[in-house]
Design a protein around this ligand. Structure first.
Ligand SMILES: [Zn+2]
Length: 87
């Protein structure tokens, strides 16, 4: 049985890289770290978070697939009122 990947989410200003979020590559016995830049507007923040969670869920998903899926999931969550409470 495959165990769930351990992961943690941190916020940090991502200056100098062209990304609003990052997901560390999977490593045996290491928690994956997702980093989200907190300076994004709430809608973009939600998309970035879902995007990086999808990388975490399956590192083999292509970037295009992750973008397609995160757009749909983040849009659905946003429409249902899910968003960050504080900015
Ligand atoms: Zn990505």
């Amino acid at each position: 049985m495959r165990t769930q990947r351990k992961f943690k989410i941190v916020e940090a200003n991502l200056d100098g890289i062209m990304a609003a979020g990052l997901c560390s590559p999977p490593r045996r016995n290491r928690a994956t770290q997702i980093t989200i830049d907190p300076r994004q507007p709430p809608r973009m923040y939600l998309d970035s978070l879902v995007h990086e969670l999808l990388h975490c869920a399956d590192w083999n998903f292509s970037e295009a697939k992750v973008r397609r899926m995160s757009r749909i999931i983040a849009t659905g969550l946003w429409r249902m009122g899910y968003r960050r409470k504080h900015a």
